[in-house]
Design a protein around this ligand. Structure first.
Ligand SMILES: [Zn+2]
Length: 62
């Protein structure tokens, strides 16, 4: 299971995004950033944005 913690982006937020693949969890993080934090979809979904998000991915059991 791939997970991304929103707080790893410096936000005061306890959200944790999970996915079976790197793409899944990156997409979940993008959706969360846009809907919950008003972040820019174009910026987050650009190659640079996705690379930055991918760097925060952690592996967790279950
Ligand atoms: Zn958040």
């Amino acid at each position: 299971m791939k997970v991304i913690y929103c707080r790893d982006f410096g936000l005061d937020c306890n959200a944790k995004m999970r996915g079976n693949s790197e793409d899944d969890v990156i997409n979940a993080a993008i959706n969360h950033g846009v809907s919950m934090h008003g972040q820019d979809l174009k910026k987050l979904s650009s190659d640079d944005g996705r690379t930055e998000i991918a760097a925060k991915i952690k592996e967790e059991e279950g």
